[in-house]
Design a protein around this ligand. Structure first.
Ligand code: TXA
Ligand code: MG
Length: 345
């Protein structure tokens, strides 16, 4: 166990962020903290989540505070099994079939809350629906079992920043603001879960993610695309345009890098630029997804150090995980609305 040096007053007490290893002692401590209403970041197959007891409104409120998220955007709940998830929401035949096909895995399903469900209303921002997910990660699964209750967890980053795919990324943004991070190594998928709304008659894709639209449609039939990012009829409050933002501006569809640019490459990279981060030399979207947030963070730091003016991004095909990658890249490149950017996750 390592104690971080950063300290901060929260609710009048000093917080030292513990780094816990994914061994029996570390996991027992993480579960104990969660049951005690504390904030524990933990790894999943997608990104690290900032976990809290979803049935404890004070603990959930502390998530918003730690992330610096000024508005109550609904959080998703994590469970060790579909059976546990479906105790809190009403699952119809469509939900049962996506659960069989994709859980455990990177899919969040929005369903009506069950009457009398113990999840705090704040977790779902007062909506009558709840996002539920069963992560495909042995450490997360065991932690969720040990915690013995629904765990709310948005990505473990400061509001408007890049999602973390390692314990070090979590500490970059939240050291001193949360009780612990459970280190389970880098995340294999690297982009967040796909968010699928099954609360109405037509399945709606609210966020592309680790499960591709093609495989959802193979299971469910046609799935409607959600409102475009930043669109008027935004159904998922967290999906505002300017998100996943590095500090440097982002230029998309770059075929080459200018002398003053840092390059995010996909496939063979052209010469030029101050520095290069290769997402996937061989052109694999799965490899690129796993490396995306790490690459944006690295270019942001290294580019700034070398005086780069912006990050140039080579095109990534839309197939498979490419759709999720391009969604995140478009958000990273979207104009920075100083108010809107603060209002998101
Ligand atoms: O992969 C992931 O999903 C990660 C890991 C930690 O599980 N979590 C994550 O959570 O990305 P978060 O809060 O960053 O994103 C959840 C998204 C948000 O855009 C939120 O607005 C939307 O799901 N959402 C949650 N509950 C909803 C609801 N009841 N109706 C519509 N959208 C909802
Ligand atoms: Mg997030």
């Amino acid at each position: 166990m390592r104690f971080a040096t950063t300290r901060q007053i929260r609710y009048g007490r000093v917080i030292m962020t513990e780094t816990l290893q994914a061994d029996p002692a570390g996991m027992a401590r993480a579960a104990e903290l969660l049951r005690d209403g504390r904030l524990v970041a933990f790894g999943t197959e997608t990104v690290y989540g900032l976990g809290a007891d979803a049935t404890n409104a004070d603990a959930v409120a502390a998530i918003f505070l730690a992330k610096g998220r000024p508005r109550f955007n609904p959080l998703i709940c994590h469970y060790p099994s579909a059976q546990a998830a479906f105790m809190d929401v009403v699952a119809d035949a469509r939900a049962e079939s996506v659960a069989r096909a994709f859980w455990p895995g990177p899919l969040t399903v929005i369903l009506p809350r069950r009457p009398g469900c113990a999840v705090a209303l704040l977790t779902g921002a007062g909506l009558d629906t709840l996002g539920v997910r069963v992560p495909d990660h042995p450490v997360a699964n065991l932690l969720l079992r040990q915690a013995g209750r629904a765990i709310a967890a948005p990505s473990a980053n400061r509001s408007g920043h890049i999602s973390p795919t390692s314990a070090a990324h979590v500490l970059d943004g939240l050291d001193g603001r949360i009780d612990a991070v459970l280190d389970s190594g880098p995340c294999a998928v690297g982009v967040e879960s796909t968010v699928l709304d099954l609360s109405g008659p037509i399945p709606i894709l609210l966020r592309p993610g680790g499960v591709s639209l093609e495989s959802l449609e193979a299971c469910l039939g046609p799935v409607q695309r959600g409102a475009p990012i930043g669109g008027e009829a935004l159904r998922s409050p967290g999906l505002l345009a300017s998100h996943y933002a590095p500090n440097l501006p982002v230029r998309l569809d770059a075929v080459s890098a200018a002398e003053d640019e840092a390059l995010l490459a996909f496939g063979p990279s052209p010469p030029g630029g101050r520095c290069v981060f290769q997402l996937s030399e061989s052109g694999s979207t799965a490899e690129a997804a796993a490396r995306l947030f790490q690459g944006l963070r690295w270019l942001d730091a290294e580019g700034a150090r070398l005086g780069a003016a912006r990050i140039a991004v080579m095109p990534v095909p839309d197939a498979g995980l490419g759709a999720a990658i391009n969604d995140r890249l478009r958000r990273a490149a979207a104009p920075r609305d100083p108010i809107g950017a603060e209002e998101i996750d």
